[in-house]
Structures are given as C-alpha cells and as structure tokens.
Design a protein around this ligand. Sequence first.
Ligand code: ATP
Ligand code: MG
Length: 647
Amino acid sequence: MSSPSKLYEESGKLKLSVRPGKQLEKLSKEALEDPDKFWAEQARNLVWFEEWDKVLDWNPPFAKWFAGGKLNASVNCLDRHINTDTKNKAAIIWEAENGETRTLTYLQLYYQVNKFANVLKDLGVKKGDRVTIYLPMVPELPIAMLACARIGAIHSVVFSGFSAQALTDRANDAQSKVIITADGGMRKGRLVELKKVVDESTGSVPSVEHVIVLRRAGNKVEMGPKDLWWHELMENAKAYCPPEPVESTHPLYILYTSGTTGKPKGVMHGTGGYLTHLYSTAKWVFDFSKQDVFFCTADIGWVTGHSYIVYAPLMHGVTEIMYEGAPDFPKPDRYWAIVEKHGATILYTTPTALRMYMKYGDSIPNSFDLSSLRLLGTVGEPINPEVWMWYFKTIGKENCPIIDTWWQTETGGIMLSMCTCIETIPMKPGSATFPVPGVDAAVVDEEGKPVAPGTKGYIVVRKPWPGMLLTLWGDDEKYKQVYWSRFAGTYYPGDYALVDHDGYLWLLGRADDVLKVAGHRLGTMELESAFVSHKAIAEAAVASKPDATKGESIIAFLVPKEGFEKSEQLRKEVVAHIRSTLGPIATPDDVYFVSKLPKTRSGKIMRRLLKSIASGGQIGDITTLEDGAAIDEVKQAYEDLKKAVRP
Ligand code: ATP
Ligand code: MG
C-alpha cells in the first residue's frame, strides 16, 4: 500500500455489508429541512423534568438549545436504568495497568454518585459552583463528575498528567471552590504524586475552600487544613441525593482544550443540547446494543472521555471498559489483552496509539483473540491510510467497519462519521465520510464559497448543532473571534478538508499547520501519510523552515519501525519514495531520524514546536501543554532532535 491516492482507488475493493447511502441521505435531508422537528424527536430520547418551550433560540453566535426545558445529566445516565434490567449490569469494568480489575454495576455507580453528591452538597457546593477534578483514570473520576452534575455544579476536569502550573491556571480561570484529587496515580509503573501537585497549586488558587483526597495509591500524603479524605466524607453521607432539575442551557462542564495550537481555551458545554447530541451520535455511529462492551481508550481528561466514556455510553446503558495506564506498559500489548480479557465489541482509539502498536509488528496483536470486536473507531487526528489498513486487517481481520470520527472539544460530540446504525457505506481509508444527520458541514474557500470536489478548503459548519459549545468560559468575545469571525455566521473549526467526487469528506490537518513551498500549499497530513506509507517508517511529523528561494522548505522528523536502521541509505530511500508518491515539490530538505516525537498528552504532534526548533526560534511556553512526566519526555525529544542522525 503506498500513497493516499492509491489507497483511495483501492478502497473500492473493501466490501463490507455495503448498501447504498440512501438512508443517511434521507435522514440528513429531513434533519436539515426541519431541524427543530428533527432535534426535538432526538431530545425525546432523554429524560426531562420539564419539556422545552423552544427547540432552538438562536442569537448568533449564541445558541440556546431546548430553552425552557429542565433535566439532569446524572438522571439520564443513572436513574433511568435503576428500575430496569440494566440495574445490575456492569456499567464500568475498570482495569489498571497491573491487570487489577474492578467492576461497578449501574446500581453501584448510582449509589456512589448519590453519596458523593451529598458530600459536595454538605461542603456547601451549590448549583453553578465550579469543581476542579484532578484524578487518575479510576471510577471515582466519573463518580465525581456525575455527582457534580447531580447537584448542578460545573465540573472542570484537569488531565491528571498536567503540572501544578497548568492546574493552577485552570482552577483559577474557573474560580473553583473545591479540588478533588488522589494520593497518587500509576503511570508506567511509577507513582504520580497528584496530591503534591495540588499542594503546590492550591496556595495560588484563593477560591479553593476544600481539597478532597481519594485514597488510591496508599502512599503517605500531608493533609493540610483544607484537606479532607474522600472515604471519611463518604462514610457520613446519605444514600440518596435528589437530582437538581437544571435548565437545558445550564453549564454541565468546562474543559480546556489540549493546546496543540496555542493557549488552552475553556470550552463550556451545556446540558440538554449536549446530551441530545451525544445520545444521538452514540446511537447512529456505534449502534449500541445491550450486548456491547465498549472500550474507549481516551483519557477522561480530554473531551472524548467526557463524551464517550462518561455521558454517552452510560445514557445508553452499555457496559464499558475504563483503562488506567499506558498502551505499552508493561508490554506493548495492553489494548489487545484488554479486548480479549473483557470481550470488547467496539474499540475506539487514536491514530497515535495505532501507529505505536504498528511499530511492533503484527505478531503481538495476532497472539490475542480479538474476535469479539465488531466495530473499530478512530478519533483525534487524521488517520494515515496505511495505519487505517493495518487497523482494518490486523485488528479487525477485515470483518469490522472502521468509523473515522471527526469532531472537537468545541463540537461536544461526533460531527463526521459513518453511521453504522443507519447504514454501512463503502469505506475509504482516511476519509471521515459524511456529516452525521443534522450537521451542516461544508468545505469552503478563502471567501467562504463551497469549493469544487477535490479542492482543498476549510471545513465549516453552517447551522448550529445541539452539541456546540455555549461559549468560552468567561470570554464571549474570544468565542466570537475564534470560531465565528473567519466566515460570517458560520462556525470555523480551523481544519483543512476536501470533498471528493463521491461527496466523501477528507480531513487534511489543521489550517495553521499548512506548509507553503514554492507557492504550493501542502497539507501536513498528506505529507506525513506519504512518509508513513514507507515500510520502514512508523511515525512522521513534518514542519517547515524559512527558505530564501522557496519561501518554506520541508523538514521531516521520522521514527523508524523496530528493526530498521537509521542510515543514509534509508534517508535516500525515503526521499525517493516521497518524490515518487507526491512529486518533487514534496521533497524534504532535511530528514531527521528520531526515536519519538514531541506530542501533547492527548497524543497529538506539536508541530509548532518542531517548527520553532527547525527555524531556530523560541520554543515558547510548554508548561501548559505537558505534565511533569511528559515534560521530561518532551525535553528528551528535544535532545533526540539535537542528536538526531542527520546523514
Ligand atoms: P487546541 O484546540 O487547543 O489546539 P486540539 O484541537 O488538539 O487542541 P481537540 O478538541 O481535542 O483539541 O481536537 C480536535 C482536533 O483534532 C480537530 O480540530 C482536528 O484537527 C483533530 N481531529 C479530531 N478527530 C479527527 C479525525 N477523525 N480526523 C482528522 N482530524 C481529527
Ligand atoms: Mg482545537
């Protein structure tokens, strides 16, 4: 398999239960013609205390979905199941990196959430107050989130790999009243001392009144005057907490984006619209059924974990796997071992994790029974066609459709994806296919006019959708400027895309990552995929540096697969491969072989840092991007870059 375009031609051969795309077309047409009717029908899948007066109150760019309606997110995830057969079904099967497991049924989860909601209430947390959650990937993390939702408090989950500075910035920005943390978390066999990080931080966050500490690792921690033990508070809490009926537009949470492109933004999501979007997309895309065991590998610190570990699967009453740990520790087999052990039917993961596994070859996944899988999903970055094929063949054994889901923290839920519940359409490796029903996406040029098929442009969303962010926390102006000013009245996600001649959408990377070489605009995605399609290359990141004649020249950072030497010979081969697949214009000026690439903790390549390194500029502030442990990794990556073999 070689270039993206070749794969694209070959993709016609991938025959699944292919039916024509008529169903999706019909549903999408209905949804766009009468969005109020369509979304009202979807919203009726939720449990409401009071129905809305108006489906959409649109005061551009501010949307009030299901205005006048009242509901509660924890009721939709838990109470709705506890008088049904789902009550005693496993909600969360948790696994640690040492193989330890814990299972919570829906009833057990309900009980814990109610008690913890009372804990928060007893501490004086009220509707609208912010609670920062800085916990490892343990069941108490969703418990704390749902407990906040139960009393109408706004949670702000901060990824447990972030440093004290990042935590301080986020807790201060949100003006949190309470921080919830643990004595420690485990990552790659090492104790991560979360409580210490919180101690460093709380002095600088005057709004914090209490710190709740979960005993998780069993190590000794200092307990100060604001600190309270989770288990002691839970002992005294009552078993039932009446849910707070909140307005549909009441903020459910704030979540800071990963910072791939700059300073993180406090994305704020509401309740009724957000949950409607999640309920519907989970149904359409994953086609959840009672038998499903859903394994989403995201960290709850990112939006994928919020939407598709916490809220969507629980609303649907499916059993899900929650994994605490790295994909490659103690061995590069963790996801496959977990699929086999718990019989996962759906795996939802990232291109970065897949590329990591691919590097180690097929024998590891082949040594596990992966036959329980029926559907494979990807999210987070464009998936290189080569990686897509590997996922399809080696993991799915050519039996599982792949859903490539494009969306953002800001969109709340999936925006583009094949909808397997509606119909399975012919797949094209690397294409996120079509918008989900009700989402009006298009690809436009600089002036905002739709581009011809096959032409690169910007993806935009022309109509409001229920999962859309309410605003950026405390900064309506920035919300308008970042998302709604590029093209008037249209949402601007900041990604490049194209529509092909069959109407399929292809995401081509971030609009600010594009390279301009001798007047040609080259997408990072296209270039990186071409590098990764060489048999010796596991991962690639491209960036540019200023060039006197060409404007910019291409530099490539490549991670060779296991068993391939970093050599002059390999460099020549790779350059020749690029020239033959993409043409001489794409010839890189510099090729560096490295052992790893600098990434955000959500696994995305930090190209802007590579660019700074290459152009000898300032590296800039990385403390907001990386946690203590990852900072070391990034520093190491810089060292690697300096020492890189540069034949
Ligand atoms: P920041 O906005 O702070 O730079 P981020 O954009 O990485 O961080 P997320 O909201 O987690 O934070 O990621 C959304 C982005 O991830 C999208 O805008 C897109 O660039 C990329 N993305 C997500 N899913 C896909 C996909 N299936 N195909 C292509 N790109 C994807
Ligand atoms: Mg973004």
